[in-house]
Structure formats: structure tokens, C-alpha cells
Write a protein that binds this ligand. Sequence first.
Ligand SMILES: Nc1ncnc2c1ncn2[C@@H]1O[C@H](COP(=O)(O)OP(=O)(O)OP(=O)(O)O)[C@@H](O)[C@H]1O
Ligand SMILES: [Mg+2]
Length: 256
Amino acid sequence: MPTPAARTDALHLRYPDGTRALAGVTTAFAPGEFVAVLGPSGAGKSTLLRCLSGALSPSEGEVWFGDERIDTLRGEARRQHRARVAMIFQQFHLVPRLSVLANVLAGSLGRDRSPRTWLRQFPKEAQAEARGHLARVGLADLEERRADQLSGGQKQRVAIARALCQHPSMLLADEPIAALDPRSASQVMDLVAALNRDDGLTVIANLHHVDVATKYASRILGIRDGLVVFDGPPSNLNEAALEAIYPTPPPLLETA
Ligand SMILES: Nc1ncnc2c1ncn2[C@@H]1O[C@H](COP(=O)(O)OP(=O)(O)OP(=O)(O)O)[C@@H](O)[C@H]1O
Ligand SMILES: [Mg+2]
């Protein structure tokens, strides 16, 4: 197997209040893979993504990106890791009062810390690039609109354009369509699938809906109680596997 894009080795995470969220997760993600993470509420899906992004440090175990161990990085080295791993969220996390274009440009802040960007005076090239990403997500005509005047689906597409400005090595998506209507959800998933397919972007997505996961991902990771209880292609996700992942019948998005 080629060097994984990322891997975790015996990852344990206990929050400060004592809650155990990960109980020994060992897995690897190949470059260009589209992995859907499934599991009941509280299983540890978001915690796993936060460990990969460098937002959280595991209590035990290791996280590697390529041949670099990242869980032990501190300061500027950790910031650089976080800048190249893009995340999108259920609640979009845009700056509501800023324009669409300004929100997208914010994605370039992590990788370009020259004084001009620090002063929010973005170089022409950065602006041109941001406009290109906005066109790619189908929102070229909305660059001046305030972010809080967009629909949910549009907000998520702005968040994806912002992620592209990071030049990410990986896209981590935490319930990216949980707040969207089915049509917007399909648009967002189709867009993420296109980035995976056309740019080779490695995608790891926590998803709530089993049918969406099996439609888009090439591999399913099932998590329950902080442990991997299923790992395989969607075609192997049979009834027994679903019972291992979910204590009660899993949710379906009827119109997907
Ligand atoms: N900041 C925190 N402090 C303490 N416990 C936490 C914290 N964040 C999450 N947890 C707990 O850790 C466990 C795993 O949470 P996590 O958010 O990773 O689950 P999840 O699989 O993403 O769930 P959901 O599907 O509801 O988003 C849960 O028991 C949760 O209550
Ligand atoms: Mg979560």
C-alpha cells in the first residue's frame, strides 16, 4: 500500500470531564479515498475528525499525515498542519456579516501570512483565485452578498470554496448536509464528490444518512462507542453490519 494520506494508531481520547470518546482507533486513509464515517450519536465521529485536523490532541496514540506525526506538533508547526486540512461543518461557520467573497478569502489566511493578508488587504491573485473557487461551486454571481443572506445550501458551498482556498491535502466534513433540505444536500454531496474525483482530494465525511454514505463513499467506517466496528466497501454494509454500528435502526434520507 502507498503511504497513507493519514493514519491513526491506537487513538484514545478522553475529554477533560472524563468522557471517553475514542477507545483505540487504528485506521488509515489512502490518498484520494472518499470515506464515510457512520455511527450513532456520541460514537466519537466528530472527535475522530478533530484529532485528524489537529484541533484536539489524543490522550494516547498517534496521528500521522504522510510520514509526519502531527499529534505531537505544537505552535507554528501545528498551525501549519491545521491550515492544510480543510473542514466543513453542519453549521457552516461562516462570518455572517462579511461578504461571500471575504468569507472565501478567509481560507487563504492560514497559508499566506504576509502582512498584506494580515491587514485583510488580499492580493489580487488571492482574489482571483477565490472568485475561481466561487465559480466552481456555482456562486460566482453572489460574491458581494452578505453570508447571512444565503440559503443553507449556498452557505455550505461558500464554505467549500473557502476550504479550496486552503489548498487542502484533505477535506474533513462533519455532517455537511445535516442542516440542508434534500435537494441542497444532493448539490453539496455532488460537489464534494466532484472534488474527490476530479482533483483527487481525500475526503472523510461524517454522515448521518446511510443511503447517502453508500451512494457517495468508496469505503465506510462504522464507529460505535469510540471503536471501529465496521470497515469496508458500501456493498458489504449488510444488515448484520448495520446492527453492529447502530443500536436502533439507522436513519434514511428518503429522497436521496
Ligand atoms: N467537549 C466535550 N467535553 C466532554 N465530552 C464531550 C465533548 N465533546 C464530545 N463529548 C462526548 O464524547 C463522546 C463522543 O462525542 P462526538 O461528538 O465525537 O460524537 P459523534 O459521533 O460526533 O456524535 P453526533 O452524531 O451526535 O455528532 C460523546 O459521549 C460526547 O458526549
Ligand atoms: Mg458529531
